[in-house]
Design a protein around this ligand. Structure first.
Ligand code: HEM
Length: 547
C-alpha cells in the first residue's frame, strides 16, 4: 500500500470535508417542507422567477400542497399556501415570525428606519406604536372627512377628465395619505409633491425586484464592490438623497406650521409635539412618514385601478350593482359608508376585486427569528416566509372557477368559498391581503374604508364603457394585463367613463364644492400651479351646479 504523509492525509481529509460541506449547500434537508428539486450549491436559485413570482409560486403550491420550501444557496424560503398554515406560522407563532429578511439596499436608502422593512426590535416597536395611534379603528374615524372630500374630487375629476382615470385613482390615494400624515394634499398628479412621492415609491419597487441589484442579502461581499463598477450603488445613493430631501422638506413644512400656529392637526405635527413622550427622533419621524404614505398610496390606487378594469370587462356586474345602489341610496345623494351594511352586492364586488387581484400577491416576506415546527416540517431560523396570497385566492379547492370575476360567490357564502369548505377553519382568508401576524398592515382600517367607499361611489356615479379608436373600432381591454411590479397593478388601459345622468353629474359637482371646506385645510403650502388648478376646478364645478 502506498504510504502518505500525515500532512497530506489531513489536507485530503479537510479538502474532502470541504467538498462534502460545499455540496450540502443548496440541498434540502429531509425535514424541511417539500419543494422543487435542488442543484448543488445554488439550490433553487436558478428556478426563482425574476418577474411575477406569484404565478410560479402558485404552480408550486398546486404541486407541493399547503407549504413548500425553496433553497437559495444556504438560505431557505418557506411559502404558505393555505389560510391554516398562515394562521399557525404567522399568527400563533407571531413572536418568532415578526422579523423581516435583510433588505440591505432598501434599509440603506431609508436609513434603516422604514417601518415596513426594518428588522423586528425596539425601533420597529416604537415606530409601529406611533403608527397605530393614527391608524387604529377609532383614530380612523377622524380621517373620514378627508376620505369623503378626496373621494368627491376623484368623482369630479372623473367627470372632467375621464380619460385620465388611471392617474386620477393615484391622485386620490396619494392625497388622502399625504393629508393625513403630512397635512399637505395633492390636487393634481402633475404637482411636485405627487411626482416626488411616485418617484420614491418607484425607487423602492425597483430595488425590491430581484435582478436590479446583486443578491447582497445572500452574498454580503457585493457590498464592497467599488461604486465605479456598480451602477446600482449610484442608483442607491441618488435614491437615498432623494428620499431624505423629500421627507425632510415635508417634516419641515409641519414644523413651520406649528411655529406659525397654523397647524392642521396632521399626524407628523402630532408626532413632533409628542417626540419625547413617544421616544421618536426627527429622523425616525421622517421615515415613518415615508413608510405610511408610500404603501398607503400604492395599495389603494392599485385596488381602484383593478376595480375600474374589472367593471369595464364585466358590464353585468355594473348593472347589478347599480340596481342595488338605486334601490338603497337612490339618485338624490351620494353613497356613504353608513350605506355599506345595506349594500351586500357592493361589498361582494369589493371582496371579489381583492380576491382576484390582491395588492401584493405574495405580501411582504417575514423572517423566522427562531427555529420551529409546523406539521412535522422544520422551519429553520432565518428562513424567509411568504404568504402565497395569490395561490390561496385562486385555489380551486376553495373557490369555484377561481379565475372568474364573480362577486355573487360572496352572496351565497360569507367568504366566497365552496359550500363544502369549513369556513371556521379559514375565517382569516379575506384579511390575508393585509398580511398576518405582528407585521399585519397597520393601515388596513384606513385602506378598507377608502376602497369600499369608492367602490360604491364609482358604481353609483358612472357607466364604465369600452373606449373606441378614432376609426370607431372598440378597444378591447386585456383584463390579464398586469404591471411587472410586486403590487399586481394593471397596466394603464383606456375606457370611456361617463356620469350616469346630468343629475348624477350635478350632485358630484355640488359634493366637490362642499368638500372644499375640508380640502382647503391641507392647501397651505400649495404651489401656484396647484392653486390655479383648484380655482379653475371650482369655477367649472359651479358652472355645472348653477347653470
Ligand atoms: C387596500 C389597502 C392596503 C393593503 C391591501 C395593504 C397590504 C399590506 C400588506 C400585505 C402588508 C404586509 C403585511 C405583512 O408583513 O404581513 C402591509 C404592510 C404595511 N402597510 Fe399596508 N396595505 C394597505 C393600506 C395601507 C395604508 C392605507 C397604509 C398607511 C397609511 C399602510 C401602511 C403599511 C405599513 C407601514 C406596513 C408595514 C408594517 C410593518 O412592517 O410593521 N398600508 N400592507
Amino acid at each position: 500500500m502506498p504510504s502518505i504523509s500525515p500532512f497530506a492525509a489531513v489536507t485530503t481529509a479537510i479538502a474532502v470535508g470541504g467538498i462534502v460541506e460545499l455540496l450540502r449547500i443548496g440541498r434540502r434537508d429531509s425535514d424541511l417542507p417539500p419543494g422543487p428539486p435542488t442543484k448543488p450549491v445554488v439550490g433553487n436559485l436558478p428556478d426563482f422567477p425574476l418577474s411575477e413570482p406569484h404565478l410560479r409560486f402558485a404552480e408550486w403550491a398546486k404541486k407541493y400542497g399547503e407549504i413548500f420550501s425553496l433553497k437559495m444557496a444556504n438560505g431557505t424560503i418557506v411559502v404558505l399556501n393555505t389560510p391554516q398554515a398562515v394562521r399557525f406560522v404567522l399568527d400563533t407563532k407571531n413572536s418568532v415570525t415578526a422579523d423581516r429578511p435583510d433588505f440591505f439596499v432598501i434599509n440603506y436608502v431609508t436609513s434603516n428606519l422604514h417601518l415596513g422593512f426594518i428588522k423586528y426590535g425596539p425601533t420597529w416597536r416604537t415606530l409601529r406604536k406611533a403608527a397605530t395611534e393614527i391608524l387604529n379603528v377609532k383614530a380612523c374615524t377622524r380621517h373620514l372627512p378627508i376620505q369623503y372630500a378626496e373621494s368627491a374630487q376623484l368623482l369630479y375629476d372623473l367627470v372632467m377628465e375621464p380619460e385620465e382615470h388611471y392617474t386620477l385613482c393615484h391622485r386620490y390615494s396619494s392625497s388622502v395619505v399625504m393629508s393625513i400624515v403630512f397635512g399637505q394634499r395633492i390636487p393634481q398628479m402633475s404637482s411636485q409633491l405627487a411626482k416626488g412621492l411616485a418617484q420614491n415609491s418607484a425607487d423602492l419597487d425597483h430595488l425590491v425586484k430581484p435582478g436590479n441589484t446583486p443578491p447582497i442579502d445572500l452574498i454580503p461581499a457585493f457590498k464592497y464592490i467599488p461604486e465605479r463598477w456598480a451602477k446600482w450603488k449610484t442608483f442607491c445613493n441618488e435614491s437615498r438623497d432623494r428620499h431624505r430631501d423629500y421627507y425632510d422638506d415635508l417634516v419641515g413644512g409641519c414644523e413651520r406650521r406649528l411655529q406659525n400656529g397654523t397647524g392642521n392637526g396632521c399626524f407628523i405635527e402630532t408626532l413632533l409635539e409628542r417626540k419625547e413622550e413617544l421616544g421618536t427622533t426627527r429622523e425616525m419621524i421622517m421615515y415613518l412618514g415615508e413608510a405610511l404614505v408610500e404603501p398607503g398610496s400604492d395599495s389603494t390606487k392599485t385596488f381602484l385601478q383593478n376595480l375600474i378594469l374589472l367593471l369595464l370587462t364585466h358590464p353585468h356586474v355594473q348593472e347589478k350593482a347599480k340596481n342595488e345602489l338605486d334601490k338603497v341610496v337612490g339618485t338624490d345623494r351620494l353613497p356613504t359608508l353608513d350605506d355599506i351594511k345595506d349594500l351586500p352586492y357592493i361589498k361582494a364586488v369589493h371582496d371579489e376585486v381583492n380576491r382576484l387581484r390582491p395588492f401584493g400577491p405574495l405580501g411582504l416576506p417575514h423572517s423566522a427569528s427562531e427555529e420551529f415546527h409546523y406539521n412535522n416540517y422544520r422551519i429553520p431560523k432565518d428562513s424567509t416566509i411568504f404568504i402565497n396570497v395569490w395561490a390561496i385566492y385562486h385555489d380551486e379547492n376553495l373557490f369555484d372557477e377561481p379565475n372568474t370575476f364573480n362577486p355573487d360567490r360572496y352572496l351565497s357564502n360569507p367568504l366566497g368559498v365552496k359550500d363544502d369548505v369549513d369556513i371556521k377553519e379559514i375565517s382569516n382568508i379575506k384579511d390575508l391581503v393585509f398580511g398576518a401576524g405582528r407585521r399585519v398592515c397597520p393601515g388596513m382600517h384606513l385602506g378598507k374604508s377608502s376602497i369600499i367607499l369608492n367602490t360604491a361611489r364609482i358604481l353609483w356615479a358612472f357607466d364604465i364603457l369600452k373606449a373606441k379608436n378614432a376609426d370607431g373600432s372598440v378597444i378591447e381591454p386585456n383584463f390579464m394585463d398586469c404591471h411587472p411590479t410586486s403590487s399586481n397593478a394593471p397596466a394603464p388601459f383606456k375606457c370611456d367613463i361617463r356620469p350616469r345622468s346630468d343629475k348624477h353629474k350635478q350632485l358630484i359637482c355640488r359634493e366637490f364644492l362642499d368638500a372644499m371646506t375640508t380640502t382647503s385645510l391641507f392647501e397651505q403650502e400649495l404651489m401656484d400651479a396647484d392653486k390655479e388648478f383648484m380655482r379653475n376646478a371650482r369655477v367649472k364645478a359651479e358652472h355645472v351646479v348653477f347653470e
